[in-house]
Design a protein around this ligand. Structure first.
Ligand SMILES: Cc1ncc(COP(=O)(O)O)c(C=O)c1O
Length: 412
C-alpha cells in the first residue's frame, strides 16, 4: 500500500489556505442527544451550514488553491452528482479557475442547476456514476484539465482535516468523534488532525449497512470492494476506499459501525425536530450511530462530537425521511377506517383528531378492496402524535365514533 499519509502540518497549511474563504462552522451542544445516547455531552459540528451545504468546499479549495498558474489556466474537471461538484464549482469561482463537472444522466435537474449556479460547466455523460468518472478522466487526458478527485488525494484529505482542528478548539473535552465514511477522505483528515494533537481521542466511522465497506477493509487490512450498494444516503454510497484514503484511515480510524436506512431517517428527523437543522441522510449518519440501540458503540459518560457533514437534500425527500423517522419513533401512524355516512363522519374524524391534540397529516378515500363492507367507505389517515400511547388513544377515540366501524393500524 503506497498511498500518501497526510500529516498535521499538511492540515495546518490547509487551514491557512482556506481560512477566510470557508466558514468556521458552529459547534452546537445538545442535551437531548446526550440523553438519547448516554453520552456526558454531544457536540454537533454543523458542516451542513458550510458554504455549498457540505464540508466539501474545504478539500476542493485546498486542492485547487495549490495548482500552478499553468494548471489554473487549463481548468479543472471533476465527476460528481453531489456535494463534491458544488465544492469544486465554488472553489473554481473563488479562484477564477474554469470548472467542468461530469454528471450521470440520472442526476436530478435541481442538482445540475445548483452546480451551474456556482459557475461550473455541467456535462451530462454516462448512465451511471462510474461512466461519468471514466469520461472525466479521458477528457482530462485530452484537454489538460486537472482532475480533482472527491476523496483520494492528500490535499483533499488535508482540507477536510481542518474540521478536526476546529473541533479541538471548539470542543476540547472531546473523547470520541463520529464521522460518516464514503470514500474515506473526511474521516482520514479529521482523524489525522485529532490524533496528532490528542492521540487518545477515539475516531469512529459510520456507514450505511448497505455500503459497509470500510469495516471489513480495516479489519482485514486490505481494501474491500462491494459489488454494489443499497442505501438512501447517496452521499456515502461508495463501494470502497482507495489507496490514499485507506493508507490514512488505517492509521487513524479506531472503529467503523453500520446503521440502517431507517436509523438514518430517524436521525434526519431528530436533527430537524430537536436541533432545528436540515441534514441529508449522509450528514445524519453519525447521529444515527450515536442513538442506535443496534450498534455496540459505547458512549456512556463520554464527550462525543458528531459531524453533521451535509444538508443538501431536497424538501420532498426531507419530508419522506421525516415521515419514516416519525414512524420509527412511533410518532406517526397510518390507519384505515371503515366509514358509514360519508362524508359527514369524516368531519367527526377530523374533529376528534383535533380535540385529542394530534395532527392530521393525510385523509383520503381509499381504493375499495373485496374485503371491504359494501356499505362502508374505506378511508386512510396519517396521524402525528407525541408517542405510541397518544396515538393509540386517538385511534381508540376514532373507533368509538358513530359511523366508524373498523380501525386498522400497525401500532401494538
Ligand atoms: C454529506 C457527506 N458526508 C460524508 C461524506 C463522506 O466523505 P468521504 O467520501 O470523504 O468519506 C460525503 C461524501 O461525499 C458527503 O457528501
Amino acid at each position: 500500500m503506497t498511498g500518501d499519509v497526510v500529516s498535521l502540518e499538511d492540515v495546518e497549511a490547509a487551514r491557512d489556505r482556506i481560512g477566510g474563504v470557508v466558514h468556521r462552522t458552529p459547534l452546537d451542544t445538545s442535551r437531548t442527544f446526550a440523553e438519547l445516547s448516554g453520552a456526558a455531552s454531544v457536540g454537533l459540528k454543523l458542516e451542513n451550514v458550510q458554504r455549498t451545504g457540505s464540508f466539501k468546499i474545504r478539500g476542493a479549495y485546498n486542492t485547487m488553491a495549490q495548482l500552478s498558474a499553468e494548471e489554473r489556466e487549463s481548468g479543472v474537471i471533476a465527476s460528481s452528482a453531489g456535494n463534491h461538484a458544488q465544492g469544486v464549482a465554488l472553489a473554481g469561482d473563488l479562484l477564477d479557475i474554469d470548472t467542468s463537472i461530469v454528471v450521470p444522466e440520472v442526476t436530478p435537474a435541481a442538482k445540475v442547476e445548483a452546480t451551474r449556479g456556482y459557475g461550473a460547466e455541467v456535462i451530462v455523460e454516462g448512465d451511471i456514476y462510474e461512466r461519468s468518472y471514466e469520461y472525466a478522466l479521458e477528457r482530462a487526458d485530452e484537454t489538460g484539465e486537472t482532475f480533482v478527485h472527491p476523496f483520494d488525494d492528500p490535499a483533499i484529505i488535508a482540507g477536510q482535516g481542518t474540521i478536526g482542528l476546529e473541533l479541538l478548539e471548539q470542543y476540547p473535552e472531546i473523547d470520541t468523534v463520529l464521522v460518516a465514511i464514503g470514500g474515506g477522505g473526511l474521516i482520514s483528515g479529521i482523524g489525522t488532525a485529532l490524533k496528532a494533537v490528542e492521540p487518545d481521542v477515539r475516531v469512529v466511522g459510520v456507514q450505511p449497512e448497505g455500503a459497509l465497506h470500510a469495516k471489513p477493509s480495516l479489519e482485514r487490512d486490505e481494501i474491500h470492494e462491494l459489488a454494489d450498494v443499497d442505501t438512501v444516503a447517496e452521499g456515502i454510497a461508495d463501494t470502497r476506499m482507495l489507496e490514499t484514503t485507506f493508507a490514512n484511515a488505517r492509521e487513524v480510524v479506531d472503529d467503523v459501525v453500520g446503521v440502517s436506512d431507517r436509523e438514518l431517517a430517524t436521525a434526519v428527523t431528530l436533527l430537524a425536530e430537536r436541533a432545528k437543522t436540515v441534514a441529508e441522510s449522509a450528514g445524519a449518519a453519525p447521529l444515527a450511530a450515536a442513538v442506535s440501540s443496534e450498534t455496540d458503540l459505547d458512549l456512556e459518560g463520554e464527550h462525543v462530537a458528531i459531524v453533521v457533514s451535509g444538508g443538501n437534500v431536497n424538501l420532498t425527500e426531507h419530508a419522506e425521511l421525516t415521515r419514516t423517522g416519525l414512524h420509527q419513533l412511533e410518532r406517526y401512524v397510518e390507519a384505515r377506517l371503515a366509514v358509514a355516512g360519508w362524508p359527514t363522519t369524516v368531519g367527526d374524524v377530523v374533529e376528534t383528531v383535533e380535540s385529542e391534540g394530534a395532527e392530521l397529516d393525510v385523509l383520503e378515500r381509499a381504493r375499495r378492496s373485496n374485503v371491504d363492507h359494501p356499505n362502508r367507505v374505506p378511508v386512510t389517515i396519517g396521524l402525528e402524535g407525541s408517542g405510541p400511547e397518544h396515538l393509540i388513544r386517538v385511534l381508540e377515540a376514532l373507533s368509538g365514533l358513530e359511523g366508524v366501524s373498523a380501525v386498522e393500524h400497525s401500532l401494538d
